[in-house]
Design a protein around this ligand. Structure first.
Ligand SMILES: [Zn+2]
Ligand SMILES: [Zn+2]
Length: 343
């Protein structure tokens, strides 16, 4: 089968690799329709980000066989193994890329995303990929496979909003309007946010944020973010501030924009070891809550329902797998939003 295999220098080779075998017990083989490029992958070979949580590190001695990435996928069930219930060949599905074991300490303590025995899917920049049955979600009939490929990033937005203490009528700032920032914006509005400020340096992304319901969009480079924030919040600061940019300076700025009692969510990957200065007295004076977002536990069933409630088509562009290197290149330059690779 055709697959995009990672090379040491961070680029891909599109080559012919062995297809996953027939599925074993509890396994489901999926013919991949689309696989979105995730912002986290843009950092894949950046040494600043490579000290990853253990479950995302290569196994000792490196990967066995071709290293195929891609984890935001949709497709059609091609084959099912023994013991798989409720999933049939031919169903259109969206997938999680990891399956918690259900029995470890974390799985039994409402923290499945820190599962000690997580089962990872094979990479989805390929014609076929293999999943554990509990990573598979049937798509509603009115959801296209294109939109279905946004299921996993939508779960990240849902989990972020779960942590963000958003309630009806509240004021929210979102710093960074890449795909995750935009999805967070849409879910935050669904959750009741009444005034939403979006800060984003790329003009096309600001326009999209505005079109999808942001109250105010600001260019943080040439505009005045602090002034716009004061104006929108009557000088009080936001109830919730979410950094979706992954920049340390912006994570710091998120604290300044937060009002008394606010929740700040750092919903991005950051360079390992970089620190954000927070005065303890600032925490005291504002009673801030700061949350991090790793991935998205317990968010998939709700996100499947949201696929038809969010405006997702405007984010999507599609490129054939042969153009995967150009697609990464363009995304690093801020071109495109959610780019789906078609194997
Ligand atoms: Zn991702
Ligand atoms: Zn577990």
């Amino acid at each position: 089968m055709k697959a995009a295999v990672s090379k040491e220098d961070g680029t891909f080779n599109v080559e012919d690799v062995p297809e996953p075998p027939d599925p074993g017990p509890y396994q489901v083989k999926v013919k991949i329709a689309y696989c979105g490029i995730c912002g986290s992958e843009l950092h894949r070979f950046d040494p600043d980000y490579t000290s990853r949580p253990p479950q995302f590190r290569p196994p000792p001695g490196g990967f066995k066989g071709p290293r195929i990435g891609g984890h935001e996928a949709s497709g059609t069930v091609a084959a099912i193994g023994n013991e798989v219930k409720g999933i049939e060949v031919g169903q259109r599905v969206g997938m999680n890329f990891r399956s918690p074991c259900g029995t470890c300490y974390y799985c039994r303590n409402k923290l499945e995303h820190f599962c000690e025995r997580v089962i990872s899917a094979s990479g989805a920049y390929a014609e076929y990929a293999m999943y554990h049955a509990n990573a598979i979600y049937q798509l509603p009939d009115n959801i296209s496979l294109e939109v279905g490929a946004l299921l996993e990033p939508v779960t990240v937005a849902v989990h972020t909003v779960d942590l963000a203490n958003i309630h009806p009528g509240c004021m929210v700032a979102i710093l960074g309007a890449g795909p995750i920032g935009i999805l967070i914006q849409e879910v935050a509005i669904k959750a009741g946010a009444a005034r939403v400020l979006v800060s984003e340096p790329v003009a096309t992304r600001r326009e999209l944020a505005k079109k999808l319901g942001a109250t105010v969009v600001v260019d943080p480079v040439n505009g005045d973010l602090v002034e716009a924030s004061k104006k929108l919040t009557d000088g009080r600061g936001f109830d919730t501030v979410i950094d979706a940019s992954g920049k340390i300076a912006v994570a710091r700025q998120s604290l300044d924009l937060a009002g008394p009692g606010a929740t700040v969510v750092w919903a991005a990957m950051y360079p390992v070891g970089d620190e954000v200065g927070v005065a303890a007295s600032e925490m005291y004076a504002k009673e801030l809550t700061i949350r991090g977002v790793f991935i998205s536990p317990y968010s998939f069933p709700r996100s499947v329902k949201l696929l038809s409630e969010l405006e997702l088509e405007p984010l999507i562009s599609i490129r054939p797998i042969e153009e995967i290197n150009e697609a990464f290149h363009d995304l690093l330059a801020g071109k495109g939003m959610k780019v789906l690779i078609k194997p």
